[in-house]
Each structure stands twice: as C-alpha cells, then as structure tokens.
Ligand binder design. Sequence first.
Ligand SMILES: *Cc1c(COP(=O)(O)O)cnc(C)c1O
Length: 462
Amino acid sequence: MEYISTRGQVAPLGFIDAILMGLADDGGLLVPKAVPQVDAATLQAWGKLTYAELALEIFTLYIGNEIPREELQRLVEDSYGTFRDVDVTPVRRINNGLYVLELFHGPTFAFKDIALQFLGNLYAYVSKQTNSIIHILGATSGDTGASAIEGVRGKEGIRICILHPSGKVSKVQELQMTTVDDANVLNLAVDGTFDDCQRIIKELFADVAFKHKYHLRAINSINIARILAQTVYYFYAYLQLAQQGQSERMNFSVPTGNFGDIFAGYLAKRMGLPIGKLILATNENNILERFVNEGVYEPGEFRGTHSPSMDIQVASNFERYLYYLYGEDPVQVSRLMGQFTTEGSIVIPSDRMNQVQADFAAYGVKNDECLDTIGNYFAKYDYLLDPHTACGVAASDRLTEEGEVTVALSTAHPAKFDESIRLRGIEQTYPEQIGALFGKAQHQKQVGGSNAEIKAELERFF
Ligand SMILES: *Cc1c(COP(=O)(O)O)cnc(C)c1O
C-alpha cells in the first residue's frame, strides 16, 4: 500500500513513512493511493470478530506487510487493552431509530483515545525499529492533547509538546493534560484560540528545515493513521447491529470540527461499508454545515460553545474530501487550496454540490439546542449525553427520517464537560479516574502566540 499527497508533489510513500511525514511536504495531506475495497463476503466474515481482531484486519489492508502481522497484532492488543469496556466501542440502543456508539471508554474518556493509543504505540515501535528519537508536536482544542499525552507518556524514545488555547479548554481536559509529570511531556498554554494553535503547528511543520532538524512528528488528525484507526468503529458498529438483526441501512451522525471523524466515515463508505446518510453535525462554528448546505467553504466568526472540541473554523481534514470530490485530481486540489489561501473561501459549483449533498447531510446545533438535547434525553431516556454527542443526536433528530436508523457517535464522556451539564441542573458523579485529577499539581507554561516564541520553547525542550 502506498500513500500520496492530495497536492501531487510527494513521491509515493509506504505506511510508516506516511505516518512519520504527517502533513505532506508539499503542504497537502496524505491519502492511500487506492482505497482498499471490502466486499460483502468479507464483511460478513468479519461479523464475529472482536474489536481488536477487526482493527487488525482493517489495518492490514492499509499497512500490508510493512509491519509483521504478529507485531501489528501486539500493537493493536496493547492499544485496545487499555479500554474499560470489553467491546471497546459498545453500541447502546436509545429508541427504535437511534443508537449511540460510545467511543469514550479509553484512558482519557474521549474518542481520540481510539486513534492515539494506537499511534502512541506505533511511534514507540518505529522509534525502536529506527533507533531514533520521535519528537511529537501537536495542537489541541482539549481532547487530542490529553489523549496524545496519555498515548506516549513515559515511553522511551518519544518527546511530546502540546499547544492548547489558554483558558479555552474544560477544567477536566486541562487537568488531564497538565497533571502528567513525566519528563517527556511539555504543555504550552497559548494566548489565543485553537485555530491559532493549529495554524502555528501547520506553519512549523511547513518549515521543512525546522521539521527535519527535529524530526517533528504529528498527532493531529492530519495524520492518516488517525483516520484509519477511526474507520474501524464504523465497521464495528455496523457489524454489531447487523448481528442483532438490524437490516436497515444505517445512518451515522458525527459531531465534527476538523472533518476528521466524519472523513473516517466517508472513507469507510468508500471502502464498501453500506452506510446510509452521513450526518455531519457541527455547533455554532458551522463552516462545514454551510459548506454542505450552501456550497461555500469560508471561515466565519469564532464562537465559544458548549462543545469546545468542535470550536473550529478551518477544518484541517477538509482537503482530503476535496481530493475525492474532485476525482482524485491533485491539480484541482492545489488550485482550490491556493484560492482558499489568497481569497479566504472556496465556492463549489452547483454540479459538484449534487455530489456533496449525496455524500452528506448537515446540521449546525445552536448552544441552547445542545443543552436542551442533553436535558431532554436525560429526562426521557435516563441517558446523559456530553455536549458534543448532543450535537450529533440533535442533528440526527433533525435529519433522520421515519423508518431510518441512525447511529450517533458519542465522542466524549459527559464528566469531561460538567460545566455545561450543570447548566441544565444535572448533577453527575465523576468516574473515579477523573475525580482523582483534582488537587494534583499542574505542569504547563504560558506563552504568547508567535511562532518564534513557540520555536524557542521547543528548542529548549527537544
Ligand atoms: C475531537 C473531537 C470531536 C471532533 O473530531 P473531528 O476530528 O474534528 O471530527 C468531537 N467531539 C469530541 C469530544 C472531540 O474530542
């Protein structure tokens, strides 16, 4: 299996080199040269696999024999052995038309663990194989940082620096990141928004001299390994429900900001998983909703919401979808992304919009509607949604039609966002791992938002 750039200027790479490159050297994103196909017979044969067994099969399609199967199996088992639920990502029935796919049973109680437990182990494997130090640099709106740190803390051969927007992550998220005292972890609290953090990272990675000097590695969802790991639970949910006799086409409703999680669903569909609608749920930062419904991709005003992990205006994975929308043509993608840089927007012509609207349905959830959804589902079903999941469920309520079945992805445990849950007068008890964070010493450094300042911090740390 080979990987190429959406902008066409990178010679085809193997899986490990693609992981190590992160953002493509030509500024594009890496994608598989050909999307592996899963036929109905294979899908059926996968029906009784455990989560880890299924992950092994899917990863093998993307990795080939670059990692020996026994090694890969060990990596997968180590990664998913840390989850608290035997099913790793269990599916809960809420009513006839709605299931919730719980993706938050990993160490940091958010779905990012599914990809980052694996990526952390993969980096440790690569460090050992190549006998080199891996320097990880990432930006987070809250969950990625905690999860990435948890994936590599204390691991030999790895150092990690995470930028988060100072004061704009939830208390639990901040504690999860900053109470880690392993020497290979550096937290920078940046004076700015998540988009600022993400821009800094993108620019440092685009500084090829700096990137190569420190062998900088990415953990953001621009890393193709994350997307691949996230395709697994679409298959797993489908297979679990199929086993239970669910024969309708299943929609998936996906709370997304960076277009990462929804792109994983799109990829699963391209691989052959018979998905119905892919419902793209956003919050008030609704660039992606406007893209799907109006054909204009243009950042709006930043809004702080109850679902901060989706408070994103520029969706870093969007380019991957553009690539497929434009028939895998890197010339067109380069032209459109160039236009985005110079003009600040991309307008999709109406003939292509038919395809966009065949691929996705979208709905942006307002702050009050998000909280109402949490309140209503708690009252009616005794099921507590976190605010991100509530966006997906609210979008599903809007866009699921009579007789259809939707699986809403639950991307975080509600304990991570207690500030919002309390606004509807709901009291929850923290899982003991979260309660234990309060009162621990925090380690973080406050910094301004200039690239030079961040670079200086990194030079000191690496
Ligand atoms: C990261 C995150 C999302 C959005 O994921 P994308 O990669 O932007 O699709 C949604 N919910 C939670 C809780 C998250 O941490």
